[in-house]
Design a binder for this molecule. Structure first.
Ligand SMILES: [Zn+2]
Length: 473
């Protein structure tokens, strides 16, 4: 059995080195590349892919590395057989240290062959980049975590903490079966951990590949995120013949309501993460916005500073709950007065803010009791920011200094959302660790021709391997 596996592994290496021109890679990097390529080339879109298949391929690799069946839990539910995932448990020796959890989603955003330059599900290496859907989001992290456990096992590493890994589906599609949410609700003990490491952090270049003399400007550690909530606005009217209009018109009422939402600004606020982010970036920027950021930290009531900072859409969103109209639908005929108009207001709530208080603020801003407001999905968890815990932050920063020398590490709060929300809601503080870097255009994640600089992938892998080892003790 062992010989067979070794033979298969060698064959995989030979294939990878011819396909990927991986002659500059170390042997351990070549083995990783085989795993990464297999994962990337397994379609895991919600429409015609299968996370279950991708998870089973990774499970096979973990089994081959020596993980026993009782350390590998494959899961899926009958209604979503292709949206399965995998939980791996690498037992630790400590009786007192609680486990740590590595999280990554293995599903990807849709990608149509006809829209892409290359086949989105074939990993193509060109000019120092790997191209394919998921090369960044989030199969880089999923492959790095899986490979880390395989390597630790092969090295006979005995962690103090138990290291757990959850590979899940459904992160990219709102309303799909979400593996992280399901695990938090149904397998809380299996994933129990003192903290979790997740996507959401990462680096940013100046636009030139680092392998070609470009500069990695910053790495980020994501500490907390905003919560996603949609509100449906509805107004109804008896309607009638359009030849005899009346003053109360559902479309006009909704137009006023939507405009009121547009001009309403939620109050600016800080938490520990955003305060640290503003303080650190103010120093790094050294421009007018940086000066305003520092002034705002010193005095959150400084309206002049706030006006400057708010011109930056990312900083504006980091400072408060935001709500924006995203869909509108109304009327039923060209020649009739509208009987019903609905609009969707998409809100991103600041950590700690509830859907109810956000709804109340919207209702007050709209000021028209004829507009009904409803929460589209109810009982979603409230975003909780994890603490800036030195136990996490120190090794994150010191190992970053080793692998990304001279690059500042900024704590950030994501204005978007990740699966970290579900873990945070069940008491597992979740950190988006520094990881691969992307160029200022975002490398086509969620878009076309997604790509990752090969150097980013291998550097992040070395960094995260050391980080897992350091945190596992
Ligand atoms: Zn994504």
């Amino acid at each position: 059995m062992r010989i067979l596996l070794t033979g298969a592994a060698t064959a995989a290496l030979m294939i990878s080195s011819t396909v990927a021109g991986a002659q500059d890679l170390r042997p351990d990097q070549q083995a990783f590349f085989g795993l990464y390529k297999e994962l990337v080339e397994t379609n895991t879109t919600v429409t015609n892919g299968s996370c279950t298949l991708a998870a089973s391929k990774l499970a096979a690799r973990l089994r081959a590395a020596g993980f026993s069946d009782d350390q590998l839990t494959s899961f899926s539910v009958a209604e979503h057989p292709k949206d399965g995932g995998l939980v791996v448990v690498y037992p630790g020796t400590s009786k007192t240290l609680k486990p740590m959890l590595l999280l990554a989603h293995i599903d990807v955003v849709e990608a149509k062959r006809e829209d892409w330059v290359r086949d989105p599900f074939t990993l193509v290496e060109e000019d120092g980049y790997y191209f394919a859907r998921g090369t960044v989001d989030d199969k880089a992290q999923a492959a790095i975590w899986t490979d880390a456990l395989i390597r630790l096992k092969q090295q006979g590493f005995k962690p103090g903490r138990t290291i757990k890994l959850a590979l899940t589906c459904g992160e990219e599609t709102s309303g799909a079966f979400n593996g992280a949410e399901w695990l938090a609700a149904n397998k809380r003990d299996l994933i129990d951990a003192e903290f979790a490491l997740n996507e959401g952090g990462g680096g940013r270049t100046n636009g030139t590949p680092v392998s070609k003399g470009g500069k990695l400007l910053v790495q980020t550690l994501q500490v907390g995120e905003k919560a996603y909530q949609d509100f449906t606005l509805t107004v109804t009217n008896p309607g009638g013949h359009s030849s005899q209009p009346v003053p109360t018109n559902a479309i006009y009422q909704m137009a006023d309501a939507v405009k009121a939402v547009g001009s309403y600004e939620f109050p600016a606020e800080f938490n520990d993460t955003t305060r640290a982010f503003f303080t650190k970036s103010a120093k790094l920027r050294g421009d007018a916005v940086g000066t305003a950021m520092a002034a705002l930290v010193a005095n959150p009531a400084d309206s002049d500073a706030l006006a400057v900072v708010d011109k930056d859409k990312m900083l504006h969103s980091m400072l408060r709950t935001t709500c924006v109209a995203t869909l509108i639908d109304g009327g039923h005929a060209l020649n009739a007065l509208p009987q019903k108009v609905t609009a969707n207001i998409n809100c991103r709530m600041f950590p700690g803010r509830t859907p109810d208080e956000t709804q109340a603020a919207l209702a007050q801003a709209i000021g028209d009791p004829a507009i009904a407001i409803e929460q589209r999905v109810k009982n979603k968890p409230i975003a909780k920011s994890p603490p800036l815990d030195p136990m996490i932050v120190k090794p994150v920063e010191s190992l970053a200094a080793k692998h990304f020398p001279g690059v500042p590490v900024l704590p950030t709060m994501s204005t978007g959302a990740t699966d970290g929300l579900y873990l945070a809601a069940v008491g597992i503080p979740t950190y988006g660790v520094p990881s691969v870097w992307v160029d200022p255009d975002g490398n086509g994640t969620h878009g076309l021709n997604e790509r990752i600089e090969a150097k980013a992938l291998y550097t992040a892998r070395d960094y995260l391997f050391d980080l897992v080892k350091a945190l596992a003790k």
